[in-house]
Design a protein around this ligand. Structure first.
Ligand code: ZN
Length: 372
């Protein structure tokens, strides 16, 4: 009896092998890549996809590093009021697509500067049709809807506006997926001392710090409008950019993934994911395993014209490799200002989904080429 109790006690002490941060995996870098887990050394070999890239240049350096690191990617055109204008972003996307058809796809968008004209719906659908003919495989809807655009009486236009429904019905019918950047990180509506990662940005840009502008729609207004839009369009294939703007709570994100079966999110808020891991690694890891079909790797890298191509390639490569280390190994990783955490070491089949299969399925990219 004593022996049996002792045996159970010892069993309880044993770490659950998949969940506990084990020793550093550095030796694993040389391991065979045929096991249950990838290693750091598999980074270059595994075919991967970055679902959130902005190409703002005719230069091809980014394509070179993508090929070398075995990444395909989605170039996202959006309606930013700064930098390279939307039309030019799209012109560049089409040129790059023609030169690199096995490496990339692009997502188009639409302007709203003529929103208050009666023809807006028709002209938007006509514009989108032309973009699909030119090769666009997805549509991006940006945060200017919800945070900037107003009707002629000055009321904010939210993403669940009935005029947008007509455009979304058109996308559903054409089976074109939608990428939604709706709202901002919750930090934007919090005082500086309550923010997780964005104190620097919002203290430099008080004009974008919504905590200081209570006359604008609230964080909850943004999330509610996005959820309402998805309720009205259950057949729409949707990807919420930046963890669906629910980066601060995996519980809140899980509620939406349960409620909307055609919703996915991209993982372009890696510091938040590291913070979740630091606070509760088991919970975060189980979240990834449970929603492995709904999470898509991406960086939100903006690729600008450069005089220093080697630096650009190095920065892109190092970010990709750091993220791979976080998802595939249990190495100790430092999150500045917070502390150390252990990588998630997700099972290989989960990594294959978040790093490739989910992106290809979302974009309807059916060939099996590795993109080389
Ligand atoms: Zn972006």
């Amino acid at each position: 009896m004593i022996l049996r109790t002792l045996f159970i006690f010892v069993l309880l002490l044993l770490p659950f092998p998949d969940l506990a941060p084990g020793p550093s995996c550095e030796v694993g870098g040389k391991e065979s890549s045929s096991g249950m887990f990838y290693t750091l050394g598999d980074f270059g070999k595994a075919p991967k996809f970055d679902i959130h890239i902005h190409i703002n240049t005719p230069q091809e350096y980014f394509m070179a590093v993508s090929r070398k690191d075995n990444f395909r990617f989605l170039d996202i055109v959006d309606d930013r009021p700064f930098g390279v204008p939307m039309k030019e972003q799209q012109r560049l996307a089409i040129i790059h697509l023609k030169a690199n058809p096995n490496l990339m796809r692009f997502a188009t968008t639409f302007p709203v500067d003529d929103w208050n004209q009666p023809h807006w719906v028709d002209s938007t659908i006509a514009r989108l049709s032309r973009s699909f003919e030119a090769g666009a495989k997805a549509v991006k809807i940006w945060k200017n809807i919800g945070m900037d655009l107003r009707d002629s009486s000055g009321t904010f236009i939210m993403v669940d506006n009935p005029r947008i429904d007509t455009v979304l019905q058109f996308l559903e019918k054409r089976k074109i997926p939608l990428i939604g950047h709706n709202g901002e990180p919750r930090d934007c509506w919090l005082p500086l001392d309550k923010m997780t990662f964005n104190q620097g940005y919002y203290s430099a840009h008080p004009e974008y710090h919504m905590y200081l502008h209570p006359e604008y729609p609230s964080y909850e207004d943004q999330i509610r409008a996005r959820d309402h839009m998805l309720e009205k369009h259950p057949a729409l294939q949707f990807m919420g950019a930046h963890l669906g703007s629910l980066e601060w709570s995996l519980e809140e994100l899980a509620k939406r993934l349960e409620a909307f079966p055609n919703m996915r999110v991209d993982l372009t808020r890696i510091p938040n994911l590291k913070l979740h891991t630091l606070k509760n690694r088991d919970y975060t890891r189980q979240f990834f395993i449970k929603y492995q079909d709904r999470l898509i790797y991406g960086t939100d890298n903006a690729i600008n014209t450069t005089e220093a191509p080697d630096e650009l390639k190095k920065a892109v490569h190092e970010k990709w490799e750091r993220d791979w280390e976080f998802f595939t190994t249990d190495n100790r990783i430092n999150l500045p200002e917070y502390g150390n955490l252990y990588g998630l070491k997700l099972p290989r089949e989960v990594v294959d989904k978040i790093y490739l299969k989910n992106a290809l399925a979302f974009l309807g990219w059916t060939d099996s080429e590795s993109g080389k």
